[in-house]
Design a protein around this ligand. Structure first.
Ligand code: ADP
Length: 198
């Protein structure tokens, strides 16, 4: 099965593109969804996070207090590294096990930090969703209402647009209408079906 790694900066349109692939019945593995599942109530990773970062990162109903954890790792590279060292290998393993359950011509594996986490070796091709940094900021301002500073911190935490573009096998420039985006996805869908050896 051909494995397509889908990535792009925050707000570039990864979720939007993934939804279009999903409508074409392409199986999707989403690292964001996996990372949320890993820290659900009762999951071993949540207990480890509590041991590493203290009671304050857990709400009274035993769920993860994301805000508290975010504020511990924000601007603290060492703590952030500790969290990543716990979660990234677990995400990697879960993606691997989800791939094994599939049996289609190709699948899309959406990993926002594909390059940053060295998960490129899980995939056969890298599909980058691209737009300008200004566009990213504008979309995030209207999508999440985040402050400019937080948005810039997220963007600076990711590889540069140039790095992504130079490492893409396939590229979707997401600066047009939704219809244009759907057309571009359909073209890639046909390409992936044609090169899949399934
Ligand atoms: P990501 O998953 O990469 O963070 P999203 O797919 O959530 O990005 O897109 C970010 C925001 O921009 C969303 O609100 C989405 O609806 C919007 N968006 C995405 N692509 C376009 C587009 N081509 N035109 C207008 N808005 C878009």
């Amino acid at each position: 099965m051909l494995k397509i790694g889908l990535t792009g900066g925050i707000g570039s349109g990864k979720t939007t593109v993934t939804t279009i692939f999903d409508k074409l019945n392409v199986p999707i593995i989403d690292a964001d969804i996996i990372s949320h599942q890993l820290v659900e109530n009762g999951q071993p990773a949540l207990l480890q996070i509590k041991e590493l970062f203290g009671e304050s990162v857990v709400n009274t109903d035993s769920s993860l207090n994301r805000q508290a954890l975010r504020s511990i790792i924000f601007d603290n590279p060492e703590q952030k590294k500790i969290l990543e060292n716990l979660l990234h290998p677990l995400i990697y393993e879960k993606i691997e096990s989800e791939i094994k359950l599939l049996n289609q011509a190709y699948c899309v594996i959406s990993v926002p930090l594909l390059f940053e986490t060295q998960m490129t070796d899980l995939v056969d091709r890298v599909l980058v969703i691209d737009c300008s940094v200004e566009e990213q900021i504008n979309r995030l301002l209207s999508r999440d209402g985040m402050s400019i500073d937080i948005i810039k911190a997220f963007i600076n935490n990711q590889v540069s647009r140039e790095f992504r573009l130079s490492h893409a096998d396939d590229l979707i420039i997401n600066t047009g209408t939704h219809d244009k985006l759907a057309e571009d996805v359909k073209k890639l869908h046909n390409l992936y079906l044609s090169i899949s050896t399934h």
